[in-house]
Design a protein around this ligand. Structure first.
Ligand code: F6P
Length: 339
């Protein structure tokens, strides 16, 4: 078979292991694997090249994606771009789309509306895709963020300050939640939970009295009513959250309300770079292999996913129709750790 493979949306560690996994499985079937460059943009402009063993055999430990990526949405200018995608699709028997909600949302529409032979591989540092327990990229992102938190603890303790760490994660608080719990933060702010500023500041005053410093992890998507308003959006209609300055704002109100000197660090894209962790290498490899298996079983419109420790599959439509967000039971666990 001739199989195309693309990576779309924000990059994350684990993409290269997934590409390698797909290649190795395709090789077992005597398939040819073609790299589509820069996500859906490559399917619009036909930027495709055949991958060789040489391209993939040493990439398992490399961050980013050897295929490049973009946030291109062919359905934004559907009349002109979708026909180009369908025309370029004729080069392949099937296509593997590796991405998050947006990239896989496009794959789902192509399957549903045009019967395109597409399968999905879930990725995102945000861990917000439904139908899979975890997505690769998340474990590495949180590992990086926990390291940042521990560094902030050293300097915060020395200066007797409150340190605020802003992490990414878009509209889901998984990265902030896991970073805060695993790193031992004194408070966590999440998009899913309305911020209780008074309660947080009272708690931080007590924390400061007890140990003379404090750590707050804030998700970039936390909703402060004062900051809501018109926002710049990307081609999928998502607010560009880095413009909002959530970390800065959090630090400002903490300092105002507690009188304690407060500093902020925003680690942004540092969370998306670097070598994938063991977990992300293994998960990426397994879902990459599974994608080729799905193609050979003609299970188009499906996405490889992790369920417990099994790699299974689920419809792309179900995976992309609702975001997986942090539920109340997780917030209760977080609060148990605030002492
Ligand atoms: O979806 C992954 C993510 O890293 C989000 O956590 C973040 O809001 C967004 O991408 C940043 O996008 P960009 O790389 O386009 O600035």
């Amino acid at each position: 078979m001739r199989i195309g493979i693309l990576t779309g949306g924000g990059d994350c560690p684990g993409l290269n292991p997934a590409i390698r996994g797909a290649f190795m499985k395709a090789m077992d079937h005597n398939d040819e694997l073609f790299g589509v460059m820069d996500g859906w943009k490559g399917m619009i402009n036909g930027n495709v090249r055949q991958l060789t063993l040489n391209d993939v055999e040493e990439i398992v430990g490399k961050g980013g994606t050897i295929l490049g990526t973009s946030r291109t949405n062919p359905f934004k200018k559907a009349e002109t771009d979708v026909p180009k995608v369908l025309e370029n699709m004729k080069k392949f028997d099937a296509l593997i789309a590796i991405g998050g909600e947006d990239t896989l949302g496009v794959a789902s529409k192509l399957y549903k509306q045009y019967g395109t032979n597409v399968v999905g591989v879930p990725k995102t540092m945000d861990n917000d895709l439904s139908c899979t327990d975890y997505t690769f990229g998340f474990d590495t992102a949180v590992t990086v963020a926990v390291d940042a938190l521990e560094r902030l603890r050293d300097t915060g303790r020395s200066h007797r300050r409150i340190m605020v760490l802003e992490v990414m994660g878009r509209h889901a608080g998984w990265v902030a939640l896991f970073t805060g719990i695993a790193g031992g933060a004194d408070w966590i702010l999440l998009p899913e939970i309305e911020p209780d500023i008074e309660k947080m500041c009272e708690h931080l005053k007590l924390v400061k009295q007890r140990k003379n410093y404090g750590i707050v992890v804030v998700s970039e998507g936390t909703k402060f009513s004062e900051l809501e308003g018109e926002q710049e959006v990307d081609s999928f209609g998502h607010i560009i959250l880095k413009e909002k300055g959530i970390g800065e704002y959090t630090a400002k109100i903490i300092e105002e309300k507690t009188g304690i000197e407060t500093r902020v660090a925003v680690i942004g894209h540092i969370q998306r770079g670097g070598s994938p962790t063991l977990f992300d290498r293994m998960l990426g490899t397994r879902v990459g292999v599974k994608a080729v298996e799905l193609i050979h079983e003609a299970k188009f419109g499906q996405m490889a996913c992790l369920s417990g420790n099994e790699i299974t599959s689920a419809p792309l439509e179900a995976a992309t129709s609702t975001l997986k967000t942090v539920g109340q039971e997780w917030w209760e666990l977080a609060q148990t750790m605030f002492k």
